[in-house]
Design a protein around this ligand. Structure first.
Ligand code: ATP
Ligand code: MG
Length: 359
């Protein structure tokens, strides 16, 4: 195992990508490492032509991934939108790994991101010594993606100011970026496109201007439809993460995933799974990603403190942390849920006692 904590997708899943590329005779857009069909197999799982198993990366509707992949083959860019924890960044990374063979050209957009971090910056020592020149120019991930015909990933696009977002308009419509200081421009090579992510539940976001919006095709990633799908996602990701963190997965992990996901879904939807009892929903999103984090936290506690026993004592504090984002309001919501629902369920007696004690 390498010492690097987390490798980019194209390294971690190299065997799968190589197997798909080796027998990829479907038509593919110029500049793409894999055909759209092979990209879809990589995302959704299946088998390569030589029999290599391709593990599913995204669990959900095939149609959404088809639209995402097809968009990247056009002159429009892709915007993955959704509440936190719906795998936007995850899908964006895998798309870039499969299509461009490189998922590392990322700009993390924040309120402090300025044009120099999007277009290009300057090495000031060089600039002062020799004046503006190509050597003094510091390329950004966007610049390098255009130059190398790759995909540039813009994480949380709506977090940066609208004026900075709008620098993308020329890049997306003319596929070039002027460099007035050098009286030149960088032209995008074939294979270049942009995948942006944005979440629609955040405070302090800057809406996209309509000029920019028109240049993106929006794919909304939903929360998992049914509980089986969500349990499948959590189980798979927890076992992947446990492996990379070298944590053992105890036998009862599957049953615990089921209980955690049940609690999360009921609170998120504001009603019990059987639809009979209405509940108040807490202020946070309680996404699949948080259910994964709760389980991984529990596994770590089990591995280092309780001799590998995964129980409610280890999981409940993580659940509490995920549910109670607003200390007053969410505590009431959770207390009500415990009293009206959890108390009556025999197989949740341990949750009832540990969580009520903690509240
Ligand atoms: N439908 C899904 N299929 C596969 N994995 C999923 C799915 N939904 C969530 N996940 C998992 O959830 C985790 C978090 O996803 P990710 O960080 O991409 O969320 P995000 O949408 O970018 O959230 P944020 O808005 O907070 O940035 C990933 O480990 C991913 O594997
Ligand atoms: Mg993200």
């Amino acid at each position: 195992m390498s010492d690097i904590l987390r490798q980019p997708a194209e390294v971690t899943w190299k065997t799968e990508l190589d197997a798909l590329a080796a027998h990829d005779d479907a038509p593919k857009p110029e500049g793409w490492a894999l055909s759209p069909q092979a990209t879809l197999t990589y995302l959704l799982g299946g088998a390569a032509k030589d029999g290599t198993e391709i593990t599913p990366k995204y669990v959900g509707q095939r149609r959404l991934m088809e639209t995402a992949v097809a968009t990247l083959a056009t002159d429009r860019a892709l915007l993955l939108l959704g509440v936190p924890g719906t795998a936007k960044s995850w899908v964006s990374e895998h798309l870039a790994a499969a299509i461009a063979g490189d998922s590392t050209l990322v700009v993390q957009c924040t309120a402090g991101t300025d044009e120099n971090q999007v277009r290009y910056g300057w090495n000031y020592a060089q600039l002062l010594a020799h004046g503006p020149s190509t050597e003094a120019l510091v390329p950004t991930p966007l610049y390098r993606a255009m130059d190398g015909g790759k995909l540039c990933r813009l994480e949380e696009l709506t977090r940066m100011g609208s004026d900075v977002q709008d620098t993308l308009i020329t890049v997306l419509s003319e596929k070039m970026m002027p460099i007035p200081e050098l009286n030149s421009a960088v032209y995008a090579n074939r294979g270049f496109n942009i995948i942006a992510t944005a979440n629609n539940r955040d405070k302090g976001v800057n809406e996209l201007s309509s000029a920019l919006k028109r240049r993106f095709n929006v794919v909304v990633l939903p929360l998992p439809d049914d509980i089986d799908e969500e349990v499948q996602i959590v189980t798979k990701r927890v076992s992947d993460m446990a492996e990379s963190l070298q944590l053992a997965v105890p036998k009862n992990a599957a049953a615990e995933v089921m209980r955690v996901v049940t609690i999360f879904r009921e609170l998120r939807d504001g009603r019990t799974l059987d639809g009979k009892t209405a509940l108040k929903a807490p202020s946070g999103t309680l996404s699949t990603a948080e259910a994964i984090a709760v389980m991984v936290g529990g596994l770590s506690q089990a591995a280092y403190f309780t001799n590998g026993t995964l129980d409610v004592d280890g999981l409940a504090p993580n659940i509490l942390g995920a549910v109670v984002k607003d200390p007053v309001q969410d505590k009431t919501v959770l207390a009500e849920y415990l009293e009206t629902v959890v108390k009556k369920r025999r197989d949740y007696a341990d949750y009832y006692s540990v969580l009520s004690e903690m509240l």
